[in-house]
Design a protein. Structure first.
Ligand SMILES: [Zn+2]
Ligand SMILES: [Zn+2]
Length: 500
């Protein structure tokens, strides 16, 4: 879009005369609020805390412009130009390789656009990001905010209190909770007190699966609070809600929206690799707001910051059921890839698997790469025809995981896609080729964390078969042992179990 600058306003223009694409306007004026203006409440609902494109809004441009002129709506540049450098205001991209140019019908120029966040609608030099600067919608709280009546373990309670405090004080806080500690419940008190204070709160996670899993749990815990669940293709996109659960991608549509953001699984793909998502999380926060990070496996930088006292954090070192985390055993298995290519699996791997199949114990076995896993599958199906394998692009992924849950199959081979999120009640876990670089410290801790999760089956064997120990394997084991020791010291583990 092109705008004309006039009377301390910018006005959309269809002609090139005296007008500029928005990126070239030096300062975009923000007219003062006209209190007597009757704003459109639907526009208010859709725009509060957002940064949207004209295409996202089902309102005619004259309406939008009128709200701008009365101070209820803001235009911001989609692309910021600073000398030769361009940056995308929505996703923070500054890398010239991630910009393209096209002959643009809207501004009639060769228009630069950001390819990095293209899936959320095109941001170009002539794209205004539209936001709301009028009053926020009134939030009416129900008489009872939270219906959840469960109890917290001692470890959860400490973390829960710290979350409440951090949200109240607009601070950053990391909750480092072992796999299976029950981290969702730790958030409830913090969410409740934030909602009671009429704050707007968001739980963001890199994975759609987690949004889908969390939504019903939060709706059950806060039954009378409007909750927006946002992921690619979800229907709640335009819902203004005090509580939002979103994929980190969806945060790109928010601007200064939340008084508190809870970032779940900060270490999980794609958040760590996508700088734009970190940028989005920062943009989505109000300038004064809280940020709570949740993870079972902080990266080594964060671990160091915790140790040296530069990052505020709370650990939950023990699971809800008070049994220690299974400590991985290391088992050398020689050049397993070479053996697989010849149609064999190492003898100790076969033995480990056979013993469990005979004992009717379900197993989850991780492989670093799909082709090797497929090879192993055909060998193992000779032991038991019902064995299955899954990977990220497998169209039957869901049904295979379900079969495993239903105990219809004795064993599932998998790549790292099942390293987190899935819970099978009673399994042993192995990694074949634990030396592969894909198995980072955090991946291995997550994988080991699949075993012994349920209170009826709180133990399980975890074995890393390897062709040479790696630093990551050692660090993963150390992290697990350290958490068990801490759990013991803090009295969060049952004595007889911890003594083993
Ligand atoms: Zn253009
Ligand atoms: Zn972008």
């Amino acid at each position: 879009m092109r705008f004309i600058q006039k009377d301390n306003l910018i006005i959309p223009s269809k002609t090139k005369e005296d007008s500029l694409p928005i990126a070239q306007i030096l300062m975009i004026p923000n007219p003062p609020l006209t209190p007597s203006f009757t704003y459109n409440p639907e526009l208010q609902q859709r725009l509060t805390g957002k940064q949207l494109l004209l295409d996202d809004l089902p309102f005619p441009l004259p309406d939008i412009q009128e709200h701008y002129q009365h101070g209820y709506l803001t235009y911001r540049k989609g692309i910021e130009k600073n000398g030769k450098q361009s940056s995308c205001v929505r996703c923070g991209n500054k890398d010239p390789q991630w910009f393209g140019a096209y002959p643009c019908a809207r501004c009639g120029e060769n228009c630069l656009y950001c390819r990095k966040c293209l899936m959320m609608g095109r941001i170009s030099e002539c794209t205004p990001l539209i936001g709301w600067s009028g009053p926020a919608p009134e939030i009416q709280n129900p008489a009872q905010i939270m219906a959840w009546q469960g109890t917290l373990s001692e470890g959860q309670k400490v973390a829960s209190d710290h979350v409440v405090e951090a949200i109240r004080q607009n601070q950053e806080h990391l909750v480092w909770a072992v796999c299976g500690a029950g981290k969702t419940e730790v958030l409830f008190a913090g969410i409740e007190s934030a909602l009671a204070a009429k704050k707007r709160i968001c739980i963001a996670t890199p994975r759609t699966d987690v949004v889908l899993e969390l939504s019903p749990r939060l709706k059950a815990a806060f039954p009378d609070i409007p909750i927006a669940s946002l992921y690619g293709g979800s229907e709640d996109r335009h819902l203004f809600a005090p509580l939002t659960i979103a994929t980190t991608h969806q945060l790109l549509r928010f601007y200064h929206a939340f008084d508190a953001i809870i970032l779940d699984e900060v270490d999980a793909f794609p958040y760590t690799v996508e700088e734009s998502l970190q940028y989005a999380a920062v943009q989505a926060r109000k300038p004064a707001s809280a940020m709570i990070y949740l993870t079972a496996t902080p990266n080594s930088n964060w671990q160091r910051e915790c140790r040296t006292g530069t990052r505020a954090y709370t650990t939950i070192p023990a699971r809800f059921h008070r049994k220690p985390l299974p400590v991985p055993e290391f088992n050398w298995c020689g050049n397993w890839q070479k053996q697989l290519k010849k149609g064999n699996l190492p003898a100790n791997v076969i033995r480990w698997i056979k013993t469990r199949i005979q004992a009717d114990k379900q197993i989850l076995v991780f492989f670093p790469h799909i082709p090797l896993m497929e090879k192993a599958l055909s060998i193992l199906q000779q032991i038991h025809p019902e064995i299955e394998a899954v990977h990220a692009e497998d169209p039957d992924r869901k049904s295979k995981v379900q079969k495993m849950r239903n105990k219809e199959i004795p064993m599932l081979l998998t790549t790292t896609i099942l390293e987190r999120g899935v819970t099978f009640p009673n399994i042993d876990v192995a990694v074949v080729g634990a030396e592969d670089t894909i198995f980072t410290e955090s991946a291995l801790v997550q994988i080991a964390g699949r075993a012994g999760r349920s209170k009826d089956h709180p133990t399980g064997n975890v074995t890393f078969f390897h062709y040479g120990k790696t630093e990551d394997m050692l660090k993963a084991r150390r992290q697990i042992v350290t958490m068990n020791l801490e759990g013991l010291k803090k009295g969060l583990l049952d004595k007889q179990e911890a003594a083993k």
